[in-house]
Ligand binder design. Structure first.
Ligand SMILES: [Zn+2]
Length: 74
């Protein structure tokens, strides 16, 4: 697995809403964009993926979009 938090200056590969590790500043970052600095403190930070962007398809249908993680043992 790759490292989960992505640092400022790295190229994003997954469209989504991210939040900065230092201030939890939410930001939508698209594919091929560089991760910016924190919007609050303007410092290099780590960005943590929160959720996919909701631009194209409305996530109304509860199909198999997100596999539910169940912690109970089968
Ligand atoms: Zn910050």
């Amino acid at each position: 697995m790759r490292k989960c938090p992505t640092q400022t200056g790295e190229i994003n590969h997954v469209d989504g809403v991210y939040h900065s590790q230092c201030h939890s500043a939410e930001r939508t970052i698209l594919e091929e964009q560089k991760f910016p600095r924190c919007g609050y403190c303007d410092s290099d930070t780590a960005w943590i993926f929160m959720r996919p962007t909701v631009s194209a398809k409305p996530p109304l249908k509860t199909s198999t979009a997100l596999p539910a993680r169940r912690q109970s043992k089968a």
